[in-house]
Design a protein around this ligand. Structure first.
Ligand SMILES: *Cc1c(COP(=O)(O)O)cnc(C)c1O
Length: 402
């Protein structure tokens, strides 16, 4: 799949203004199909982890591809239903929520993933075997690109420790809970497929304790490349290895298991482009700053995770290479990239951040009373506005003015 061209992106910037997020539908489709192809030998289901990007138009598009939806809040569940996902295609995987939120999800009829003993007990006491649940386990595997996005290690708040198996058994036994799945999600940006295989083995070892088990949910953490020479998780090889492990299990136990996945970043990261305009080029004794009409209020990943986002100057792609520190307009240190070689930037040039589909707009805020950007979906070569840019009045919405 070709990237969107500089000409296409410049047209969008001119038509809809900047800053603007652009999502390329066909790229999401390509990524989805890579996964379905890699796992075609398994009995598998894919649930898009929508916390990466929840614009309802994106949800509808991903539903049209055939995916289900993984939600971490009751509001994501409601957005999913609005987007046309049926309850059977929605999986609710919250952490540290009030029992009331689990009850609300149960009322909506979606799959529920429970990640602590106290809620498991409450759920079992209330519903017994009347409503199936999946249990989120913490396999104590250190994985992921950055400590902030690692969720399966021993210090993590996620899941129920595999060392609490005995306690889980007690709760299941005394309440009669119907456990139809077990789940793990060990982090984001996992390069090494052995992490998934180790996790699967840990869970297959536990499968015997749950006679009603129908599926194992391996979560996600599929990595996509953010820069030249960077890795993408080898999902084909993962598919082959998973098939082997599941086959062995099925032969030994006589049981059949589905394998579920919850990709977020893998489906939408590379489909996203964030276009900004260079407001200022500023020479200091130390560097040359390119100051753009955006900041970590719109794209927080560089400041939050030290994430690398590839940048191009689409207004002057063949200009003389120069070294810039690309910064935002927020009144706090707000750096997108240090010492980045880019074609010479003039004030007014459009710059594009790549891989902006996942955790880009979704983590944006109105910090500094800045307006959130517009979002555009590019499908069949045609750009369509899917969120209008914030207006000044949006800043006052919900404020009480006497
Ligand atoms: C965030 C999250 C995902 C998706 O992670 P990615 O790295 O974006 O693929 C999947 N499952 C759960 C439970 C999550 O919290």
């Amino acid at each position: 799949m070709e990237n969107l061209t500089a000409a296409e992106l410049i047209n969008i910037a001119k038509e809809f203004g900047t800053p603007v997020y652009v999502y390329h539908a066909e790229k999401m489709k390509e990524q989805y199909e890579k996964l379905t192809h890699a796992f075609s030998n398994l009995n598998s289901r894919i649930f898009y982890a929508c916390k990466a990007l929840t614009n309802i138009n994106i949800l509808k598009y991903i539903r049209s591809l055939g995916a289900g939806l993984d939600c971490v809040s009751i509001n994501e569940v409601k957005l999913g239903l609005l987007a046309g996902f049926t309850a059977d295609h929605i999986l609710f995987t919250p952490n540290c929520v009030d029992f009331a939120e689990i009850l609300a999800a149960k009322e909506l009829g979606v799959h529920i993933n429970i990640d602590n003993i106290s809620l498991l007990e409450q759920f079992g006491n209330k519903f017994g075997s009347g409503y199936p649940v999946c249990i989120r386990l913490n396999p104590h595997i250190m994985a992921g690109g950055n400590f902030k996005i690692s969720t399966g290690h021993v210090d993590s708040k996620f899941g129920i420790s595999i060392h609490q198996m005995r306690h889980i058994e007690r709760v299941v036994k005394s309440t009669g809970l119907h456990v139809n799945g077990i789940h793990m999600h060990t982090g984001s940006e996992i390069k090494d497929i052995n992490v998934f295989l180790m996790g699967l083995n840990v869970m297959l070892d536990m499968a015997e304790q749950f006679p009603a088990l129908e599926f194992i949910d391996l979560g996600s953490g599929f990595k996509v490349p953010y820069q030249m020479g960077d890795y993408e998780t080898d999902v084909d090889e993962l598919g082959v290895n998973l098939k082997q492990a599941i086959d062995n299990f099925e032969k030994k136990s006589g049981k059949k298991l589905q394998v579920w996945f919850e990709p977020g970043k893998y489906l939408v990261s590379q489909a996203g482009y964030f276009i900004v305009k260079a407001n200022i080029v500023k020479q200091t004794p130390a560097t040359v700053f390119a100051g753009v009409n955006s900041g970590f209020n719109h794209l927080i990943r560089p400041m939050m995770y030290e994430a690398y986002h590839h940048i191009e100057n689409i207004s002057n792609p063949h200009g003389t290479p120069r070294i810039y520190t690309v910064v935002g307009y927020i009144c706090e240190t707000d750096t997108f990239a240090w010492d980045r070689t880019l074609p010479e930037i003039k004030e007014g040039d459009f710059l594009v951040f790549f891989n902006a589909g996942a955790y880009g707009f979704e983590m944006s805020s109105n910090f500094n009373a800045r307006l959130k950007p517009a979002e555009v979906l590019m499908q069949d070569g045609k750009p369509k506005l899917i969120r209008r840019r914030d207006e000044f009045d949006d800043l006052l919405r919900n404020q009480i003015i006497d």
